[in-house]
Write a protein that binds this ligand. Sequence first.
Ligand code: PMP
Length: 436
Amino acid sequence: TTSTSDISRKKSAELFEKAKAYFPGGVNSPVRAFKSVYGTPLFIERGDKAHLWDADGNEFIDYCCSWGPLILGHNNEEIREAVQAQLGKGLSFGAPTALENQLAELILNNNKKIEKIRFVSSGTEAVMSAIRLARGYTKRDKIVKFEGCYHGHSDSLLVKAGSGLVTFGETSSAGVPQAFADETIVIALNDKKALEQVFADFPGQIAAVIIEGVPANNGLLIQDKDYIHFLRDITKTNGSLLIFDEVITGFRLGFEGASKYYDIQPDILTYGKIIGGGMPVGAYGASHEIMGSISPDGAVYQAGTLSGNPVAMAAGIAALSILARPGFYEGLEKTTQAFVEELRAYIAEKNYELNISTIGSIFWFAFSSNANIQRADEIDPTSMEKYKVMHRELLNRGIYFGPSGYEVGFISAAHTEEDLKTTLTAIKAALDLVFQ
Ligand code: PMP
């Protein structure tokens, strides 16, 4: 098998050269720089349904979906019309609007895991606020996070594991004071002993344990139900809060996200991505009691000029109204399962060393013989070379995946049967190239 010839990136390359003079690394968010894969990042000009067009006129079927928000694809008509209707009325007031109530009602009526919500403008802000809330509510300082979970770029969470079962974190970014990292303990996923150890080592000091609903930022590390129930129980027993970061899984696995999948009640939940329908929105929510600690009711301060922005609210209302229709999630999940099953059958037939993990409408290429990777350290970093080859070949064949093998793929309701069929043909050919 030989690779197909590379697509033209002439315009993207010119734009990237200019961008490098304006932005660090030429981008406004690091992974966009395509450092882990071949070539210049593609500058995107427009999207429609499941398709993207770049500055050179190349067309792609998109499985990055803006990193998850676009569960309805690009340029959804109902979202677009809702945004357009709001545009003539003003872009921001910094005052309450009925739109915030409407989006809150849509969420709270369909998601019994939270009783009260606060809108913010990004996932990072949602998680940062949830951590402060947990600390303010419990009057404790330490938090526990897991190696392999990403929660945005606030100081407390840019911390990675040191060596040992239970360790104080080491900062994973320059500029994060060690004193912050000292308040964050990092342990491995799917390890009950580490959890027991952490509560034994720091009695009465842990404000919260934070975990991604289903860890999906470092591969797709689907945890056992039994483990998540253990996590729920041990946090409760020790008076610590459980924060479920559902920025990816919220409204992706259903309105009640991973909490429903695992059938648990976390204490604080964080959301982002899908609830803004493609506009910048994040949110966090909890019981009336816990949310009572938030300003102006309580002593935990959290604010935002653009929080509950009317255009973003209008987009979110339109998006969630569609998702709330009966059968929406079942349909999307069925489509994804059929797609993954066909890939799995091909992989089995060819005996390729690759497994596809999947949940809801999320899937991940695990270039490993391990069919059930659940911890970050089970991922072989050298396997990323295979992803790189596949990624390049797929771009050449008009299929757009996230520019790193640690990223998951998303299927949207806008992906047609034909899109998926074209994609399967392309992936099979790309895999033949990877494993030749
Ligand atoms: N939490 C999780 C689970 C995420 O996946 C992300 C972003 N990928 C964030 C938090 C941060 O969200 P944002 O990029 O909107 O700040």
